[in-house]
Design a protein around this ligand. Sequence first.
Ligand code: GUN
Length: 297
Amino acid sequence: MTAAIIDGKAFAEALRARLAEKAASFEAATGRKAGLAVVLVGEDPASQVYVRSKGKQTVACGMASFEHKLPADASEAELLAVVAALNADPAVDGILVQLPLPGHMDEAKVISTIDPDKDVDGFHVINVGRLSTGMPGFVPCTPLGCIMLLKDRLGSLSGLDAVVIGRSNIVGKPMAQLLLAESCTVTVAHSRTRNLEEVVRRADIVVAAVGRPEMVKGSWIKPGATVIDVGINRVPAAEEGKTRLVGDVDFASAAEVAGAITPVPGGVGPMTIAVLLRNALVAAHRNAGVALDEAAI
Ligand code: GUN
């Protein structure tokens, strides 16, 4: 293996330590803790684990965690009432409605009712527009975490060729916007892209966010490129009845060629919640009118 391993777990820990300091100074300045509210509808086990982890990490960083749980058969109107109450609550700086929502709810409609200045997921169209026009707003957590790892590794990204594989609203599209803002030449590839291997081979930066286990092979990677693997796929393990996590990149072959690569697990994954806490703390400072050097955290 030649590639350096990008340690997202260690990076996220260091970020949380910086956040804890800023959360303490926010509390000293305002007499209240920065607050993050998470709304979970239904009993999806993966979402429950995720929400519990968010709550624990929020408290560990010295912020207030509010959890609202609704049954899977709650009406959309009930959910909208919860969001409206959180919008109006001055103790709540950030609101996250855990996705996916049950099928009878309109996700876009629900997200559109979140106050854009509390939308720490960066999913509201106002924040999507702010990102694409270079205005301050909130940026989705996973792509922002990827940019932090890339800048930590490479310094300036200016002029680099970047390929994003995947065009989701949550990762692919905001990732492309962020890379463009860093002056990369950006290609967004997807399931209809022709000659994907050739497209990937041109790239100094490859961000894989397609949700297809080990799809990107080492032979596709330009020697020395930086590879960011957003995929988290559970596949059968060698041992009967067991499973293991793999990314969208074939790690073993890619690590022979890349300059640096994020592992799965331990790469991008740990960054998402840490960046969520960062966004919530940023929201708290903005909403309370307390100065914060956002670029420094
Ligand atoms: N479900 C899985 N990841 C996320 C996320 O980052 N935000 C929200 N709201 N739901 C999710």
